[in-house]
Design a protein around this ligand. Structure first.
Ligand code: SAH
Ligand code: SF4
Ligand code: F3S
Length: 436
């Protein structure tokens, strides 16, 4: 029998990317192969994100596009997974009756069972937070060769309850995966060609599945032969402990790049956001990190137009950005999320949000460009990932996560070479092999 085809579309954060990979593997055990074309699929699965209103609404417009497919092929199964599934549950089927199954982010190991339940047009729904670890039950990754970089989820969920955020509701409480499982998975990835692993968690630095927390896990990973680079994301400032700061100074494989969202620079707003740290706490933390690793590139997330944010509060965010000098950053207009405390408060008008976002992004872009341009003339180590768009070109990432193009046919994906940067373009650097 020809294998059935599964089309997965992934929205949201890297954890969803990782989950989609694992779901594809689990469905592989059920005889499904993945396809890049929804029109060829026997099953369509949307792995969704609920973080902002726009992200959540996209799901419904995407579902609308599959109506014709379902009419032509009544056996086609349509599933919604991820954070919208968790947040809206059966409401999704009410709004889009062609959806056959809804599965929350902690129940992916039950996907084959849920699918079996949808025979004869029945609907299946699972948005529980079961005791068991979903990753334990997802079939092992097949031994296929992999690209040089991989994600590995080590921690899920969030106990922080920032006043704007749905994640504690969609992903549940903070849970760490046991270190032995994480290390076994890392070794397996390395055997299959992976050279760089990015450890993932909604609060990855709250990881406590290993002695010494995330720093302990990183030091254990550091000992794996063949693994060249370790990164982790996303961290909360309050969970950056001494051991993790020290690891940035003396753990060779840990890359000098840290995503450390602060969201805002006004203490009044930070307090209303329930971030439980001040702007000054954050700036001091950055100082300690830079003392351990002076060339550390920082990245952050910012929200503008949080309820009751004044122009003065916004200026405090601009001042904080000016003080830090970010190598990269993500910024968003505040979006009201049902069920979160901030949604009930007086809102900032949309045009103010637009204006602030523009000013903030202009500042961040200038900083990013300045830091990127400052790489010209310097030597970096590039992990090559794939051929560039031009023939004879390879593209990879520096330790600072800059994309670097090199004109050379000497490299294959997975190679690491010392490259001298000779120019800086809008989104990437260019260089040549550095002389010895
Ligand atoms: N756990 C991570 C981030 C999770 S969400 C952390 O704490 O940093 C990713 C980013 O989306 C957040 O850092 C925040 O900047 C943004 N975000 C979350 N909820 C939002 C909302 N309601 N409106 C706008 N941006 C939001
Ligand atoms: Fe959301 Fe805050 Fe938790 Fe990050 S720390 S996931 S922003 S509640
Ligand atoms: Fe979105 Fe859920 Fe990730 S809301 S950002 S997919 S944790």
């Amino acid at each position: 029998m020809a294998p059935k085809k599964l089309y997965i579309k992934t929205y949201g954060c890297q954890m969803n990317v990782y989950d989609s990979e694992r779901m594809a593997e689990a469905m592989g055990g059920e005889g499904y192969e993945t396809t890049a074309r929804p029109e060829d699929a026997d099953m369509i699965l949307l792995n969704t994100c609920h973080i902002r209103e726009k992200a959540a609404e996209k799901v419904y417009s995407e579902l609308g596009r599959y109506k014709g497919l379902k009419a032509d092929k009544p056996d086609l199964k349509i599933g919604v997974a991820g954070c919208v599934a968790q947040a809206e549950g059966a409401e999704i089927m009410r709004r889009q009756p062609m959806v056959d199954l809804v599965v929350g982010p902690q129940s992916y190991h039950r996907l084959p069972d849920l699918l079996a339940r949808t025979h004869n047009g029945a609907k299946a729904l699972d948005t529980e937070f079961p005791e068991e670890d979903k990753f334990d039950h997802l079939t092992a990754r097949p031994k296929a060769k992999r690209g040089p970089t991989a994600f590995l989820t080590v921690q899920e969920g969030c106990d922080k309850f920032c006043a704007f955020c749905v994640v504690p509701y969609t992903r549940g409480a903070e849970v760490s995966r046991p270190a032995d499982r994480v290390l076994a998975e890392a070794r397996d990835l390395v055997e299959r060609g992976v050279r760089e692993i990015t450890l993932l968690g909604q609060n990855v630095n709250a990881y406590h599945g290993h002695d010494g927390g995330l720093a302990g896990l990183i030091r254990a990973l550091d000992k794996i032969d063949g693994l060249a680079r370790i990164r982790f994301t996303t961290s909360h400032p309050n969970d950056m402990d001494e051991a993790l700061i020290a690891a940035h100074g003396d753990c060779d494989k840990l890359m000098p790049y840290l995503h450390l969202p602060v969201q805002a620079g006004s203490d009044k707003i930070l307090k209303r956001m329930n971030r439980s740290h001040t702007a000054d706490d954050y700036l001091r933390l950055i100082e300690r990190l830079r003392a351990a690793r002076p060339d550390l590139h920082l990245s952050g997330d910012f929200i503008v137009g949080f309820p009751e944010e004044t122009e003065e509060d916004f200026q405090a965010t601009m001042d904080l950005i000016a003080a830090v000098e970010y190598g990269s950053a993500f910024s968003f207009k505040y979006s009201e999320r049902p069920g979160t405390p901030a949604a009930e408060r007086p809102q900032v008008p949309e045009d103010e949000k637009d204006d602030r976002l523009q000013r903030l992004q202009a500042l961040l872009t200038t900083q990013q460009r300045r830091l990127q341009d400052a790489m010209v003339g310097r030597d970096v180590h590039v992990l090559f990932e794939k051929p560039g768009r031009m023939p004879g070109q390879m593209v990879g990432k520096s330790e600072y996560l800059h994309a670097v193009h090199v004109e050379s046919d000497a490299f294959a994906p997975g190679d690491i070479a010392r490259i001298r940067i000779d120019s800086s373009g809008p989104n990437s650097l260019k260089g040549v092999v550095a002389p010895l």
